[in-house]
Design a binder for this molecule. Structure first.
Ligand SMILES: [Zn+2]
Length: 224
């Protein structure tokens, strides 16, 4: 599920659709949550697809750490890649704004965290464009991506979080423990398919709460 302050627009004829902010989405806002309405194709289901449907799955899905293709039921599937994205997948399974996203600005994501099945030529035109995006990029850039995510997580408790109610309890608990300085940080490397989950010790010392989650007790489906 994508952040509610977004809409679908045509970027241009070459790129096609993209997702744009309708109001300011602040750094630290959770912008995507994998919810129970998402279509989840296990590797077996994906491999059993007719090739024509596999092409569609390839185009509109990301691949999670279990190797499943996830196709969003809403416009989240139209978020484009940038080598200098303004949102990023966190090791907790949700995606987070890593900088303020102004009204009218396109939301962009780091496909290097999506376990791409084949390298993708990139035309994002950012100064740091890698030219090619692949599943191996995480081995090179994980430390930098973790820096971006940790910086954004430092703002989680101080900005509006309309999606936090859709986090499953386990993910929320991990997040809360981290921002309260009581739990380990989950690296983006947790998202790499078929890789054990590495953790490192949290460095955040301040105690924080996410107001929208006060009293939340019901479990939701977890992404990890
Ligand atoms: Zn690029």
């Amino acid at each position: 599920m994508i952040h509610p302050a977004t809409e679908l627009r045509i970027v241009n004829e070459t790129i096609g659709y993209g997702v744009f902010a309708t109001t300011l989405i602040p750094k630290g806002a959770i912008v995507y949550v994998k919810d129970p309405l998402e279509i989840e194709l296990s590797p077996a289901r994906y491999n059993a697809l007719d090739p024509a449907f596999r092409i569609l799955a390839d185009k509109y899905s990301y691949i999670d750490e279990k190797g499943s293709h996830i196709i969003s039921w809403d416009i989240a599937k139209y978020v484009n890649h940038s080598c200098r994205p303004n949102t990023m997948s966190a090791g907790y399974g949700f995606e987070i704004a890593i900088e303020d996203i102004a009204p009218g600005q396109e939301l962009t994501d780091e496909y290097g965290l999506f376990n791409l099945m084949a390298p993708m030529t990139c035309f994002c035109q950012s100064p740091s464009c890698r030219g090619c995006v692949s599943s191996e990029d995480i081995d090179i850039y994980a430390a930098f991506w973790d820096e971006c995510v940790r910086d954004a997580l430092s703002c989680v408790a101080s900005v509006a979080q309309p999606l936090v109610q859709y986090l499953d309890t386990e993910t929320y608990t991990h997040l809360l423990r981290y921002i309260n300085g009581k739990g380990a940080y989950r690296s983006v490397t947790c998202l790499k398919a078929h890789r054990p989950t590495p953790v490192s010790i949290a460095t955040v010392s301040s105690v924080a709460m996410i107001p929208e989650m006060a009293g939340k007790t019901r479990a939701r489906r977890r992404r990890n």
